[in-house]
Design a protein around this ligand. Structure first.
Ligand code: DX5
Ligand code: ZN
Length: 216
C-alpha cells in the first residue's frame, strides 16, 4: 500500500497546529516534518519544540526528517517531542550507524536519507539497522523544486537491495500527481509531498491528497 506523508514545510507557519489537523483530516497517512539547520542545508525551519507543540493536534505517525549535522545531539529531544520515525542523512556525519542505533534505542523507527548525488550502495551496510530509506528526489533545503528524474534509479536500486526485508522506501521532493506514479512504480511506498498537498489552502487539501494518491 502506498502511503502519503504531506510535509508541513508547505503549510501556513502561523497556523501550524490547524494546518496539521486539516491535512490529517483530509486523508494524510503520516505527517512529514522537515527539520533544517542552515548548515547541512541552506535553510532553517524548526526544531523539537515545534514538533512537541504539534503532537496534540493529530495521532498520525510523525515522520521527522532531520536535515541537520550533527544529528546525534538532538535525537533524544525529537524522540521526546513525539517523533515516531526519525530519519538522518547518510551524508550528515561519519557515524551514521551509531545514529541509527541510537534512534532504535529510543524506541523509534530509524530512517536513513540519501541525497540525489549519493549512490544507493552507501546504505548497503546499514540495512539491518533501518526501518525506512528516504530517497531525496530534489536537493534538500526547500519545498517547491522540480523532481530529479534520475533519482528514480536510486529508488529502484534501494528496492532491489531491500527485497525480502520490511523496510519502507520513501521519496521526498517534487512529488505531484505527475511524478507520484513513476516514483511508486520504481518502488517507493511512501510519498512525501509539500507544495502539491498544501496548494490552494485548506478547502483543497482533500482534493490534493486524493489526486496524489490516485496517481500512485
Ligand atoms: C526538502 C524537504 C521536502 C519538501 C518537499 O528539503 O525534505 O520534504 O518539503 O516539498 P515539495 O513537495 O514542495 O518538493
Ligand atoms: Zn523531507
Amino acid at each position: 500500500m502506498t502511503l502519503l506523508a504531506p510535509s508541513i514545510l508547505a503549510a501556513d507557519f502561523s497556523r501550524l497546529g490547524e494546518e496539521t489537523r486539516a491535512i490529517a483530516q483530509a486523508g494524510a497517512d503520516w505527517i512529514h516534518l522537515d527539520v533544517m539547520d542552515g548548515h547541512f542545508v541552506p535553510n532553517i525551519s524548526f526544531g523539537p519544540a515545534v514538533v512537541k507543540a504539534l503532537r496534540p493536534w493529530t495521532d498520525k505517525v510523525f515522520d521527522v526528517h532531520l536535515m541537520i549535522a550533527p544529528a546525534d545531539p538532538y535525537l533524544a529531544a525529537f524522540a521526546e517531542a513525539g517523533a515516531d520515525a526519525i530519519t538522518v542523512h547518510v551524508e550528515a556525519g561519519p557515524h551514521i550507524h551509531r545514529s541509527l542505533q541510537t534512534i532504535r534505542g529510543l524506541g523509534k523507527r530509524a530512517g536513513v536519507a540519501l541525497n540525489p548525488g549519493t549512490p544507493a550502495s552507501a546504505i548497503e551496510p546499514l540495512l539491518d539497522m533501518v526501518d525506512l530509506v528516504l530517497v531525496m528526489t530534489v536537493n534538500p533545503g526547500f519545498g517547491g523544486q522540480s523532481f530529479i528524474h534520475s533519482s528514480l534509479e536510486t529508488v529502484a536500486r534501494v528496492k532491489a537491495m531491500t527485497a525480502g526485508r520490511s523496510i519502507d522506501i520513501s521519496v521526498d521532493g517534487g512529488i505531484t500527481p505527475e511524478t507520484a506514479g513513476p516514483a511508486a512504480q520504481a518502488g517507493a511506498n511512501i510519498l512525501v509531498a509539500g507544495s502539491a498537498a498544501f496548494k490552494g489552502g485548506a478547502t483543497q487539501y482533500e482534493k490534493n491528497v486524493a489526486a496524489i494518491r490516485e496517481a500512485a
